[in-house]
Write a protein that binds this ligand. Structure first.
Ligand code: G6P
Length: 614
C-alpha cells in the first residue's frame, strides 16, 4: 500500500516528486523519502509526513536544484516500524544504487541471510533493503551487466509482490522499474516521463499512460521507454488515455473509500495469507508469534479484547480457536474488561485486536492484562502502532490503510489472521494433517469466492433500493454467522443511521419476534451448515408474521428461494469459512442503502476512525 513516484525529464525533480507524494497521501503512510540524481545520489527520507520531508528538503536549498531525475516513496510499514532508517529509498552500501519498493518480499529472510554471510550490512529492518543489496551483489558478480540486467537477474530470486523503481549513479540517465502484484503506471510527456503506483501524481502533467503488467520490467530514459518481460523479451504496450478526475483516481475510480475498500478484499485476503498459508507444507507460518507458539498452546484460557468491528472479529475468533485448538476462549469488550477487575493470570493469553492499534480502551485492556502477568498478543493493521509496540508478540493484518470510518477490509483480514492462529494452535494437537490441509485449501480459495460475491453488487444495490426507507432492520444468524449478523447490523446503523439489531437467530423468540410486522426487513444468514434447518424454521416464523425476508444463502439452495423475498447466493464453503464471505453482501447492502439515503458513508456523523479517548 506504499506510494511510488518517479520522474526523468528536464524539470527540477524534487518539487515534482514531493507534489506527487502529496497526491498519494490519501493512501495513508508513516514515512516518506526521495532520491535525486545529481552526479551522485542524494537521498532524503524520514518518518512522518510529506510536509515534514518538504521542510527538510527546503533546508538543503540549492543543493537539490538542477536534479532532473529521481524517485520518491511514501511508506506504509509492513516489515519494521516506521522510522527514518526504514523509510525508502534504500541504498546499497556504496550509495550508488537507490531503490523504492511497494509490496512484500516473502523470502527476504533467506535472501538476507545469504547477503549477511557474503558480508553485506543492513541499515533497516525492511524486506525492501534486501532488494537493493541483492542488485548490488549480482552486479558485482556480473560486471558486464547493465542496471537493467542486474535488476532482472535479481528479480528471478525474489518471491512475493513488488513494484520497484531503481536508479544508479553508474547509469544516471535512466530509471528501471518492475512490477509483480503491485501496480505501476508510466506517464508519457514530451521528453519527460513520470512513474507512479497509481495515476494520481501523473494526471496533471499528462493523460497518456502505460500500465505495466505483472512480470514486466521497463527502462525509462529522457528519450523513451522500453518494456520487456522478466525473460528479456520486448513487450508491446498500449498507450491509454486517462479520463477521470483526480479525486476519482484517489479512490481508485470508486465513488467512496468504503466501496473501494470493500472491493479490495480479495487482494487483501491474498496479502494477509501471503507467505503464511503454506499449502505445499500443509501448515501456516506466523513469524510474529513463532517463538511463543508453545506458550500459546499451553494457555489455560485465551481472552480476546477489542472494540467495535474488531470485537466482532474476536467473536468469530472464539468459535475458530475453540473448534480447532480446543482452548477455552472468552471475548470481552475492552472497555468492560478494563473496569471489571477481571481474573487474569500468568497462564492466560490476552489477544488485543485493533485495526488502528490506538483505540484507548483496547490499549488500557492491554496494560491491565500485562500488569496481571498474562502473555499479551496483538492483531493490528497499523504497523508500529502503540498496541503493536506494547504487546509481546503478534500479527499484522496487512490490509493496507483503511480510510472509510466503517471498517470492512480490516475485519476480513482480522478474521483470516484468527483463522490462521487457530490452525497454528491446533497443529500436532487437536486436528489431523488432512484436516489442516483441507482448511488451508479453503482459505486459499477465498479471494476467488470473494470476487464472485462482489460481482453481485448490482443485485444488492437493487435490494437496497427497495428497503432504503425502512426504519428498522433485524439481522439474524447462528454459529459462525451470529457475529456476522452483529457486524451487518453495525455497518448499517453506522453509515445509514437506520436502527438495526443483530441477534442469534434462535434468540428471536425471546424478544425481537415482538417487533416483526410487514414493515420489518429481516436479514437471515442462512448458509448450508449445521444450523441450516434450524434457520429455515426461524425464517418460517418471521414469514408467518409478515416480516420481509432477505436471505444470504449458499449457491444451489433451491429451497430458500420459496421462503425469502430476496436471496443473495454466495459460493459454497465450510462453516468456519462462511463468515468471511457472508459479511461482504452485508457491507455492500449497508453501503448502498446509506448512499441512496444521501449519507456521507466515508465520514458518518459522530463517528471517528480511531477512538483514542475513553
Ligand atoms: C471505531 C471505528 C470502528 C472500529 C472501532 C475499533 O469505532 O469507527 O470501525 O471497529 O473504532 O477500532 P480499532 O482501530 O481498535 O479496530
Amino acid at each position: 500500500m506504499c506510494g511510488i513516484v518517479g520522474y526523468i525529464g528536464d524539470r527540477d525533480a524534487a518539487p515534482l516528486l514531493l507534489k506527487g507524494l502529496k497526491r498519494l497521501e490519501y493512501r495513508g503512510y508513516d514515512s516518506a523519502g526521495i532520491a535525486l540524481m545529481k552526479g551522485s545520489l542524494l537521498v532524503m527520507k524520514q518518518k512522518g509526513s510529506v510536509s515534514g520531508l518538504e521542510c527538510a528538503v527546503d533546508a538543503i536549498g540549492s543543493d537539490i536544484q538542477g536534479s532532473t531525475a529521481g524517485i520518491g516513496h511514501t511508506r506504509w510499514a509492513t516489515h519494521g516500524e516506521p522510522s527514518d532508517n526504514n523509510a525508502h529509498p534504500h541504498l546499497n552500501t556504496a550509495g550508488d544504487i537507490a531503490l523504492i519498493h511497494n509490496g512484500i518480499v516473502e523470502n527476504f529472510t533467506v535472501l538476507k541471510q545469504e547477503l549477511l554471510s557474503a558480508g553485506y550490512a543492513f541499515r533497516s529492518d525492511t524486506d525492501s533493503e534486501v532488494l537493493v543489496q541483492l542488485i548490488d551483489s549480482i552486479w558485482k558478480r556480473n560486471p558486464s551487466l547493465d542496471l537493467e540486467g542486474a535488476v532482472r537477474h535479481t528479480l528471478r530470486h525474489v518471491e512475493g509482490a513488488y513494484g520497484i523503481c531503481v536508479i544508479s549513479s553508474r547509469e544516471p540517465d535512466k530509471i528501471v522499474v518492475a512490477r509483480k502484484g503491485s501496480p505501476l503506471v508510466i506517464g508519457i510527456g514530451n521528453g519527460e516521463f513520470f512513474i507512479a503506483s497509481d495515476a494520481a501524481p501523473i494526471v496533471e502533467y499528462t493523460k497518456k499512460v502505460v500500465y505495466l503488467s505483472d512480470g514486466e520490467l521497463a527502462v525509462i530514459t529522457r528519450d523513451g521507454y522500453s518494456v520487456k518481460n522478466i525473460e528479456n523479451i520486448e513487450q508491446e504496450k498500449i498507450v491509454t488515455e486517462l479520463d477521470f478526475s483526480l479525486e476519482k483516481i484517489e479512490k481508485g475510480g470508486f465513488e467512496h473509500f468504503m466501496l473501494k475498500e470493500i472491493f479490495e478484499q480479495p487482494a487483501v485476503m491474498q496479502d494477509v495469507m501471503r507467505g503464511r498459508v503454506r499449502l505445499a507444507e500443509g501448515r501456516v507460518y506466523l513469524g510474529g508469534i513463532e517463538d511463543y507458539l508453545d506458550r500459546l498452546k499451553q494457555a489455560r484460557r485465551i481472552l480476546i479484547c477489542a472494540c467495535g468491528t474488531s470485537w466482532h472479529a474476536g467473536l468469530i475468533g472464539e468459535y475458530l480457536i475453540e473448534e480447532f485448538a480446543r482452548i477455552p476462549v472468552e471475548v470481552d469488550y475492552a472497555s468492560e474488561f478494563r473496569y471489571r477487575n477481571p481474573i487474569v493470570g500468568v497462564d492466560d493469553v490476552v489477544i488485543l485486536i485493533s485495526q488502528s492499534g490506538e483505540t484507548a480502551d483496547t490499549l488500557a485492556a492491554l496494560r491491565t492484562a500485562k500488569e496481571k502477568g498474562a502473555l499479551v498478543m496483538g492483531i493490528c493493521n497499523v504497523v508500529g502502532s502503540t498496541i503493536a509496540r506494547e504487546t509481546l508478540c503478534g500479527m499484522y493484518t496487512h490490509a493496507g490503510p483503511e480510510v472509510g470510518v466503517a471498517s470492512t477490509k480490516a475485519f476480513t483480514a482480522q478474521v483470516i489472521v484468527l483463522y490462521m492462529l487457530a490452525l497454528a494452535l491446533s497443529k500436532g494437537r487437536t486436528i489431523s494433517s488432512d484436516e489442516a490441509a483441507l482448511n488451508l485449501r479453503e482459505l486459499s480459495r477465498l479471494p476467488e469466492k470473494a470476487t464472485r460475491i462482489l460481482d453481485l453488487d448490482e443485485q444488492i444495490k437493487g435490494i437496497a433500493e427497495r428497503f432504503k426507507d425502512a426504519r428498522n432492520f433485524l439481522y439474524l444468524g447462528r454459529g459462525y454467522n451470529f457475529p456476522v449478523a452483529l457486524e451487518g447490523a453495525l455497518k448499517l446503523k453506522e453509515i445509514s443511521y437506520i436502527h438495526a439489531e443483530g441477534y442469534p437467530a434462535a434468540e428471536m423468540k425471546h424478544g425481537p419476534i415482538a417487533l416483526i410486522d410487514e414493515d420489518m426487513p429481516v436479514i437471515f444468514i442462512a448458509t448450508r451448515d449445521s444450523t441450516y434447518s434450524k434457520i429455515l424454521s426461524n425464517i418460517e416464523e418471521v414469514r408467518s408474521r409478515k416480516g420481509r425476508v432477505i436471505a444470504i444463502a449458499s449457491e444451489g439452495d433451491q429451497e430458500i428461494g420459496h421462503l425469502a423475498e430476496h436471496v443473495i447466493y454466495i459460493p459454497q464453503a465450510s462453516g468456519p469459512i462462511t463468515p468471511l464471505l457472508t459479511v461482504i453482501p452485508l457491507q455492500l447492502l449497508a453501503y448502498h442503502i446509506a448512499t441512496l439515503r444521501g449519507c456521507n458513508v466515508d465520514r458518518p456523523r459522530n463517528l471517528a476512525k480511531s477512538v483514542t479517548v475513553e
